[in-house]
Design a protein around this ligand. Structure first.
Ligand SMILES: [Zn+2]
Length: 388
């Protein structure tokens, strides 16, 4: 069994170890030492990263009491090597794991619930609780968790004997036997855990809830601690600042300002539609007397407007009205006919253009890929008048 140096002092970053075995595998070299500071993935906490005798350690796992380092190169068996863990990565995990304990301890006490899932992702921690946590409680819970930090609550680790363990009230996801490692955070939490932790809650810096959702009848919360929380705050603050400057308001007022802006946008869109419709009517009214067939080319028409305009034009002319609007891949069109079968024209269009479409005797719609001038010419020959 590998001696686990990370349990002696979670703050050590360098150690010496002798290579006991090294095997080439699919994901690299599996290296086992007599002792190691590298924490293996477990208890929701990802494995450490770092170097071992010049070889990069990309991941670490535990199997039957042996710590297996996944290295990107081989190491000679029997060799004594210097190992160095990536402290930034480890400390980030310590800050987040300890922060999670405090937060989960507070929630489980408050609602009498259990923490039924825990995952430390690369970006966020997710914690699942088997109860519905009201959204309005979250700011208060967040403040409670940060109180523990402001009090610089000590985080202690001990191994109680069987009797002590029996008398102890602690959180655990599974029934535990044998030696149990207990991590406490003052009055805030007492939990069985195999992870690495900070000594004082002050080192966590900050605990921030950044997401919440209903999950399997309970609640899933997303959490950031330490530098992750600061990085998040800086990103959000910069974004809020940019929006605030663009709208000439304080960051705290951007929500209201954006709502106001969206409302204004809706009003403008309605107004624009009204004016556009007036313009359509004007064009139809300006058509020469006795126009039977009309061709309308109009930018920016949605499907509904396209049909409505064609209907209106056909009504006025008592003949056929063809309306085209440009799209990303050519044109969309609607043809409404009060006299001839509308489908005839589409069949003819298909002979001259890359055209798809169909419909009923009185109206057809479709798509066409072609040059605007050629389309106008085509309809001129069919005695359609272009609406100006
Ligand atoms: Zn833990």
């Amino acid at each position: 069994m590998t001696e686990k140096l990370y349990y002696k002092n979670a703050y050590d970053t360098e150690f010496k170890g002798r290579v006991r075995s090294c095997e080439k595998r699919k994901e690299g070299y599996h290296i086992i030492l007599d002792q190691t500071l590298f924490y293996p993935e477990g208890g929701g906490q990802p494995g450490d990263k770092g170097t071992l005798g010049g070889v990069s350690v990309l991941d670490v796992h535990e199997k039957n009491g042996e710590i297996i380092h996944y290295g990107d190169g081989p190491l000679e068996v029997g060799l004594e090597v210097v190992g160095e863990i990536n402290w930034e990565h480890r400390f980030d995990l310590m800050q987040n794991h300890s922060g999670e304990h405090i937060f989960s301890g507070i929630i489980c006490k408050q609602y009498g619930c259990d923490n039924v899932g825990f995952h430390m992702g690369r970006a966020r921690i997710t914690i699942d609780f088997n109860t519905q946590i009201p959204g309005e409680d979250l700011p208060w819970l967040e403040e409670q968790a940060n109180q523990a930090i402001w009090q610089n609550t000590p985080i202690s680790i001990f191994y109680p004997d069987e009797k002590e363990l029996e008398a102890l009230e602690y959180r655990s996801k599974i029934e535990l036997t044998g030696e149990v490692r207990i991590v406490t955070a003052g009055e805030y939490d007492c939990c069985a855990c195999c992870g690495t932790h900070v000594k004082l809650a002050g080192e966590i810096g900050m605990i921030k809830i950044v997401g919440t959702q209903n999950y399997k009848g309970g609640t899933r919360l997303e959490l950031l601690c330490g530098k992750r929380a600061l990085d998040y705050y800086q990103r959000i603050h910069q974004a809020a600042n940019e929006v605030g400057r663009a709208l000439s308001v304080q960051e705290e007022q951007i929500g209201t300002a954006v709502q106001k802006l969206l409302k204004e946008k809706d009003t403008y869109i309605q107004e624009l539609k009204k004016w556009k419709w007036e313009a359509f009517l004007g064009r139809i009214q300006r058509l020469p007397e006795n126009t039977e067939n009309v061709l309308i080319m109009e930018d920016g028409l949605g499907g509904k407007d396209l049909t409505a305009l064609a209907d209106l034009a056909a009504e006025k002319t008592c003949g056929r009205a063809m309306v085209f609007t440009p799209t990303e891949a050519g044109f969309a069109f609607v043809l409404v006919s009060r006299k001839k079968d509308a489908r005839e024209i589409v069949e003819e269009l298909k002979k001259s253009f890359d055209c798809k479409g169909g419909g009923k005797e009185e109206s057809v719609q479709g798509k066409l890929n072609g040059d605007k001038a050629e389309i106008i010419e085509f309809f001129k020959e069919k005695e359609f008048v272009l609406a100006k």
